[in-house]
Design a protein. Structure first.
Length: 99
């Protein structure tokens, strides 16, 4: 790997490790993992039909939980951050998406 690519990887890694949002999502994950009722609801949700009214009601109940809601917001943000980082690394490596 060339030095510029390694430097960019270090920048991305440092940004991620020092991100307040990354630290917050880890803290929220711990809170969620210790919430038995929330975990039970998440388990139920996985087994339900997404077209079922109960599914929609349970999903709304989950998003009423501020920790879960914030976790999902940050999870979404981190997903798009990782996509952007991946695209920048591909660009640096000279990988064309059309090939």
């Amino acid at each position: 790997m060339d030095n510029e690519l390694l430097e960019k990887i270090d920048v991305i890694n440092n940004d991620l490790n020092n991100s307040i949002e990354a630290k917050e999502i880890l803290k929220l994950k711990e809170i969620i993992m210790n919430d038995k009722e929330l975990l039970n609801d998440l388990d139920k949700l996985k087994k339900m039909d997404i077209n079922d009214k109960e599914y929609i009601n349970l999903k709304m109940k989950l998003f009423d939980n501020s920790n879960y809601k914030r976790f999902k917001e940050l999870e979404n943000k981190m997903y798009y951050f990782s996509l952007e980082a991946s695209n920048k690394l591909k660009e640096l490596r000279g990988i064309n998406e059309d090939n």
